[in-house]
Ligand binder design. Structure first.
Ligand SMILES: *Cc1c(COP(=O)(O)O)cnc(C)c1O
Length: 438
């Protein structure tokens, strides 16, 4: 029988092994990043044991003197980074932020439009029958935004026609959600905002993936282009801890605040909020340089993989304008098995549906694609020449079918030069160094 002390020791041992693994791996999951040591310090503070329901200065709990000030600094920084009039930093994740927006702007039974999951949409935008948040939790009836497969972007003309048709059928959308989990090119917010507003719908923009790029001034500016509400995850291209947020206009402040509390959060993960505050200060200082490099790296990685025979999509558009690349790997296997082969070589990516996969009978476990993101490797200080090296490692596994162990040894050696977090004020602690308290 395992003793409590053994469980205790085993848990720490597993945590340390995870850290060691990531120190020796190439992290290419597009939704992930590595926070600075300063953000990790904030995460370990007593803030994470406190409650602060309500708005700063109007809390339901005592003991919030410093918590309130940190939250106000956070709001200030987020307003600066995104040019937003109103900001709520209490939603504890991107999914919760989306639920806040659905609650503030729609009623169950309303029609919402968003991309389908194979076309890059997220489970938050999913239909009821898929168990998605919009359908299964808030009772919205989800209609799909049409995707242009060549351009890997929302088709403006077909979207206008679809809104028109739904309106004629008496099912005009109440909310149209831009944004995606495969988000290589800025969405046509400017081109569609007027049409959407004309039918009385809200323009929502899910910036979970691209929040950092927007804050760095390197993508699009959804609020200026016509969005009513923008939702954030704070840990994808934005390099904070896992948390969420909503950006909007002063006129919508009350309903968003109310949807957040009492609607969606009681405690709002105050240690994470402190971490977001520090990450936003880092973004304000280094965000421009960091996001420019992300985009250079994605384009370079796309080109290097393409030249080595991999089916990187959207070649005619330079592959991507963000941190993400989508690759058709059907010539070499299926997404599921390639994901696990690469993992054996310490290259961490994820399998991904291609927009046409379901129609061609492929399934999420074995889709035709893989998705790569360059945010974390950029944060580790890698530049265009390292993208060539990474492309070569990937080719050796996927195309040459070289034994994963061989490649893993070379990946480990390669990683020794990239142990620190860049684009932050202090980095004496290494990126994946285990913080020891015993
Ligand atoms: C990742 C993601 C989310 C969810 O974010 P969490 O912070 O993990 O809850 C929401 N929307 C999109 C488009 C995403 O890619």
């Amino acid at each position: 029988m395992t003793s409590s002390r053994e469980y205790y020791a085993k848990s720490f041992d597993l945590l340390q092994q995870h850290h060691k693994w990531f120190q020796e791996a190439i992290p290419l999951i597009a939704s992930e990043n590595v926070p600075s040591p300063a953000v990790r310090e904030a995460l370990a503070t007593d803030f994470g044991n406190r409650y602060a329901e309500g708005w700063p200065g109007e809390r339901v709990y005592a003991g919030c003197r410093y918590i309130d000030e940190v939250e106000l600094v956070c709001i200030d920084l987020v307003k600066k980074l995104f040019g937003a009039e109103f900001v709520d930093v209490r939603p504890i994740s991107g999914v919760v932020a989306s639920l806040v927006v659905y609650t503030a702007f729609t009623e169950p039974g309303d029609v919402m439009m968003a991309l389908s999951i194979p076309c890059g949409g997220h489970i938050t935008m999913g239909k009821k029958k898929l168990g998605g948040t919009a359908g299964a939790v808030h009772g919205l009836s989800v209609e799909y935004l049409p995707l242009d497969y060549e351009e890997l972007n929302i088709d403006v003309d077909r979207t206008k026609k679809r809104i028109d048709k739904l309106t004629r059928e008496g099912r005009a959308p109440k909310l149209v959600a831009f944004g995606a989990s495969v988000f290589p090119f800025p969405h046509p917010v400017k081109e569609l905002a007027e049409t959407i507003h004309e039918v009385g719908a809200t323009v929502a923009y899910d910036a979970a993936h691209v929040a950092g790029l927007i804050a760095g001034g390197c993508f699009q500016d959804p609020l200026q282009e016509g969005a009513d509400a923008v939702t954030l995850s704070t840990h994808k291209t934005l390099f904070g801890p896992q948390h969420g947020g909503v950006l909007s206009w002063e006129k919508h402040a009350d309903k968003i605040k109310r949807a957040t509390f009492p609607g969606m959060v009681s405690n709002h993960h105050l240690h994470a909020l402190a971490g977001v505050t520090i990450a936003c200060a880092e973004m304000l200082e280094f965000g421009k340089e960091y996001t420019r490099q992300i985009i250079k790296n994605s384009k370079a990685l796309g080109q290097a993989l393409y030249e080595r025979g991999l089916g990187v999509l959207a070649e005619h558009k330079g592959f991507t304008e963000s941190h993400v690349l989508l690759i058709d790997i059907t010539k070499h296997g299926d997404g599921g098995s390639i994901e696990s082969e690469l993992e054996k070589a310490n290259i961490i990516i994820n399998r991904n549906l291609l927009p046409w996969d379901i129609k061609e009978g492929r399934h999420f476990m074995h889709p035709g694609g893989i998705r790569l993101g360059t945010s974390e490797i950029t944060r580790l200080g890698m530049k265009e020449s390292e993208m060539e090296e990474i492309a070569e490692f990937i080719k050796r596994v996927i195309i040459d079918k070289e034994a994963a162990e061989n490649v893993r040894n070379d990946v480990r050696d390669f990683r020794r030069d990239y142990e620190k977090v860049h684009y932050c004020f202090e980095n004496t602690t290494k990126a994946y160094e285990y913080v020891k308290i015993r």
